[in-house]
Design a protein around this ligand. Sequence first.
Ligand SMILES: [Mg+2]
Length: 227
Amino acid sequence: MKAIVFDFDGTLTKSKKGSNCWYKIWEYIDDLAYDEMLYNMFKKKFIDNDKWFELIFKRYKEKAVKREYLEDIANSIELLPGAYQTLKQLHNNGVKIFVLSGGVRQIIESVLKREEVDNFITSIEAYDLIFDESGKLVGYSQPNLHSLERKEEYVEQIKTQYGLKSKDILFVGNGSNDETVYKSGVKTLCINPDDADITNRKYWTYGIENCNNLTQILEYCDLDKHL
Ligand SMILES: [Mg+2]
């Protein structure tokens, strides 16, 4: 195996169901009812994904979300036990490690840095929140929005960019938004399912219903050596 692509929320992290980066921001600003309302509008197809994001940021700005909130939130997020050991072992075996998340880059980077695993990771794809000099939220960027909605496209990009074949790559995820990755032809591993259907063998090559320690994934990684 030459590369592994991890989802972040609930895959690399300990997380209660539905509690992703965005949820944690809503929780922090004590506005979960508004989050729920927007989600229902999206679910009923009153708004599309772009409009949904536009409304999220409008509300965040009204609520004066600040950069420091993301630090506090990052501090509340724990990686799954064994994450350091697992990522180090993959890295030492020459496996390129990618993080592909529909969450917030600053939160993800902060957690990975704190846990000293950032150096093992080749790149992170996620949403960027943009703050001004005073730390006030002014915007967001989503350079690969459509890849984040269709994660298989990002996996295709990795294949092209690094000259890899489908069989060289394992994707690890836990959500329904990870269930299109199989279309890229790579092997997929579902761990600690949030809203993913772990029993669906079309979407998921493998599954670990209760992954209490990330080292449990190593048996699916086909490593040459165990360093
Ligand atoms: Mg997830």
